[in-house]
Design a protein around this ligand. Structure first.
Ligand code: DX5
Ligand code: ZN
Length: 233
């Protein structure tokens, strides 16, 4: 994975057909997504339960871009190896998942994956201050984690701006996760975000049988983001 800050669209398979993950990954990649966002939930850190390392391993052969694994689990450390083994390119842990986030990020890097730090809406940007040399990505939650299709929390746009200033020219992605669509994407891109996770906004109206709808939805988000960047230039 080489680093660049070009806008990337990372559909979240939480909104995909749970009976058809392999084909869904192939469909969104054939329709132009940049990464595949995999929402792992344990029913403890968040009030929902999705899938684990075995499912990530199963979809790995169908993901030719980047498998961006978002761990909404606590504790994190016992599972890092398993997700790295499953083929995760990026493993993102929540700052709120336990008392030793510095050690968790070290363990993710040691596993060979890129390390992401996710911040819930109530967690300030300052949480990254002593972790800047430990991370490859900051994931700003713009919804409370656990479900797709929720409303974007606008107060987080300022946090993106603060993070952008704190990160400077370090090779660290700012990823936005939750409620991203062609209306909210411009707000966060203008504030400095470069990776846009979108579940419902990508999968709505499409299917493995109608993948072109995924392509239209991805393009709509990408074009809205690009327009905002041009206007801000
Ligand atoms: C929420 C997940 C998000 C979610 C995004 O806990 O982390 O990735 O799937 O879904 P939308 O884009 O529908 O808000
Ligand atoms: Zn996510």
């Amino acid at each position: 994975m080489t680093f660049d800050r070009n806008i990337k669209i990372a559909p979240s398979i939480l909104s995909a057909d749970f009976a058809n993950f392999g084909a869904e990954c192939q469909a969104i990649e054939s329709q132009g997504c940049d990464w595949v966002h995999v929402d792992v939930m344990d029913g403890h850190f968040v009030p929902n339960l999705t899938f684990g390392p075995a499912m990530c391993k199963a979809i790995r052969p169908h993901v030719r871009t980047v498998m961006d694994v978002h761990l909404m689990i606590a504790p994190v450390d016992p599972y890092i190896e398993a997700f790295a083994e499953a083929g995760a390119d990026i493993i993102t842990a929540h700052a709120e998942a336990g008392p030793h986030i510095h050690r968790t990020l070290q363990a993710i890097r040691t596993s060979g994956a890129k390390a992401g730090l996710a911040l819930n809406p109530g967690t300030p940007a300052e949480a990254i201050d002593y972790l800047l040399d430990m991370i490859d990505l900051v994931c700003v939650m713009t919804v409370n984690p656990g479900f797709g299709g929720q409303k974007f929390i606008h107060s987080q746009v300022e946090k993106v701006r603060t993070l952008r200033a704190r990160i400077g020219d370090r090779p660290i992605h700012i990823e936005i996760d939750g409620g991203v669509d062609p209306t909210t994407a411009p707000l966060v891109v203008e504030a400095g975000a470069d990776v846009l996770v979108a579940g419902s906004a990508v999968f709505k109206g499409g299917s493995v049988g109608k993948p072109e709808v995924y392509g239209e939805n991805i393009r709509a988000i990408r074009e809205a983001a690009a327009k905002a960047l041009r206007a801000a230039a």
